[in-house]
Design a protein around this ligand. Structure first.
Ligand SMILES: [Zn+2]
Length: 229
């Protein structure tokens, strides 16, 4: 499952690895792992950073994160509630708290937190900008919220991950609403164990937002997305 290739210039590779928000993003220089649960630590031998969006069990597994950190020496970036839960298992110099509108650099890759509309203590979403300028928006378990339109207009996302199930209130329709507000080049329906929900998302998207492509990911498969022209 580790991504054993490097993306082309102006592209990123990604893998979705559980039924929740677990995603690995590989840029030409860095590997970022988001919300790892239900997976082995050795799946990420080249992790440079682990990003955590909120403290719910399907996103935060302190023992697993400690194992990944120990094996790779990577940095852990987390929302305030998760940071608190991690401070006893991660060396302080390797643990960085992030809040909406703050930015942390991982080498030349930018990790910026934004608001997340989800009933957790202090959840965040992540805007990841590769060294080539490829823009990924990992919206965690967020439901749509009005500011997404301005964020999308400013960032011009290449990829947006949209929750279509499991999280409270989420559905193919709320996932589509995130895509409609952010208008990415590619929208990825995730956080579900229903391919039916992913198909439903794809159908709404095709009808309502034909300029955004839908990429329905299979678990543990590698996908490449290039920067929009
Ligand atoms: Zn979740």
């Amino acid at each position: 499952m580790p991504i054993d290739k490097t993306p082309e210039k102006n592209a990123i590779l990604f893998v979705w690895f559980n039924h929740y928000a677990g995603v690995v993003i590989k840029t030409p220089s860095k590997t970022l792992v988001i919300d790892p649960v239900d997976i082995r630590a050795r799946s990420f031998p080249d992790a440079d950073a682990v990003l955590i969006t909120h403290e719910h069990y399907d996103h935060l597994d302190p023992r697993l994160i400690a194992e990944i950190q120990k094996a790779t020496g990577c940095t852990i970036i987390a929302d305030p509630a998760s940071t608190q839960r991690l401070q006893h298992v991660i060396p302080p110099e390797k643990l960085q708290q992030i809040r909406p509108s703050e930015e942390i650099k991982v080498g030349e890759v930018s990790v910026k937190a934004e608001k997340c509309n989800h009933p957790a203590t202090a959840p965040v979403t992540y805007i990841i900008t590769s060294e080539d300028g490829v823009k990924v928006f990992h919206t965690a378990d967020s439901l749509p919220y009005p500011e997404l339109a301005a964020i999308g207009e400013k960032e011009k996302f290449d990829v947006v991950f949209c929750t279509v199930g499991i999280a409270p209130g989420s559905s193919p329709e709320t996932g589509f609403e995130i895509a409609r507000l952010t208008k990415p080049q590619v929208a990825v329906p995730y956080h579900t164990n229903s391919t039916g929900y992913q198909q439903e998302f794809a159908e709404i998207l095709k009808k309502e937002l034909p300029r955004t492509a839908c990429l329905i990911p299979e678990l543990n498969k590698i996908y490449q997305v290039s920067k929009r022209k």
